[in-house]
Ligand binder design. Sequence first.
Ligand SMILES: NC(=O)c1ccc[n+]([C@@H]2O[C@H](COP(=O)([O-])OP(=O)(O)OC[C@H]3O[C@@H](n4cnc5c(N)ncnc54)[C@H](OP(=O)(O)O)[C@@H]3O)[C@@H](O)[C@H]2O)c1
Length: 335
Amino acid sequence: MNGKVVAVAGATGVVGRQMLLTLEARNFPVSKIKMLASARLKGRTLPFKGEEIPVEVLGEDSFEGVDIALFSAGGSTSTTYAPAAARAGAVVVDNSSAWRMDPEVPLVVPEVNPEAIKRHKGIIANPNCSTIQMVVVLKPIHDAARIKRVVVSTYQAVSGAGSAAINELREQTRALLDEQPYPPKVFPHQIAFNCIPQIPQSGAFGDNGYTSEEMKMVNETKKIMGDASIAVTATTVRVPVIIGHSESVNIETAKKLTAAEARALLAAAPGVIVEDDLDHQRYPLAVNAAGKYDTFVGRIREDISHPSALDLWIVSDNLLKGAALNAVQIAEHLL
Ligand SMILES: NC(=O)c1ccc[n+]([C@@H]2O[C@H](COP(=O)([O-])OP(=O)(O)OC[C@H]3O[C@@H](n4cnc5c(N)ncnc54)[C@H](OP(=O)(O)O)[C@@H]3O)[C@@H](O)[C@H]2O)c1
């Protein structure tokens, strides 16, 4: 297969670095790689396949000759530069939320709606991290029993807020253990030894009391699943975990599914690993999911308060399936 010219916008960020590692690990056919970031630290290099590649400053003219542009440099950067990349002939896979709800832009999780990819007009959106891991599990259940309503609460890792947030959790934890003060900078409150029910940390609450992360889970789920009738409510919470988002999900279905039926459906679903052995205290854990490509599901049980609903615990690496891996999978479909 001919190699592609691939640009990674935001290559120096936590997601960008995982994109580079994922392209390498999956042997994506790259003939040339362009690393793009801000002018913040000029002269940097980043390793790719054993070579040190200089990081270039992202600009309108960065995409000449580029086939695939993976964007992970924030919403305003994508709003400005993704159309320029598409005009230059690249197909953009964008990790930010800038284009996700644009009706002209496919929002894709390859295990759920790969057919949407071919409708692209130069930009394809990668969904929100918490939504991706939830829909890979919802899809087989919806196909078998039609989902009516989803109630989700998330336990989201700090890496979802970028490298500065990881540093804050590490440094604040160390400071507090040493009984030193560490005022929050990235988060609105102390994140070490705490849970914060506000994602994104800088975002305002909507008139309905929901955060934008919660509304992403509501709206993106309907768009990816291609079914606006699925009712979704979400509470998104930041927890002091570095990598791996966990979710408690209650799913009401039109047709009753037993826990055993749900387990069998999920065991056969692409990208999903059932980890559900209560006798041996086995269930998905963020520390085990970190670094893995799959989405893990366990604690699968019938909701005792409802005639036709299930409770599940879903865990995945937010930087991989929640971001870099999903984007690279989309790029693989483009090949
Ligand atoms: N973390 C996650 O789990 C996750 C999941 C899904 C989607 N995303 C999305 O992915 C994007 C990046 O997130 P992250 O977690 O990797 O953040 P991050 O660690 O803070 O990295 C941000 C990256 O964007 C670059 N950047 C920022 N402003 C720029 C500008 N004006 N021009 C060019 N490059 C610029 C930075 O370059 P410098 O090094 O030069 O500053 C860096 O490479 C965001 O849109 C985020 O919403 C993140």
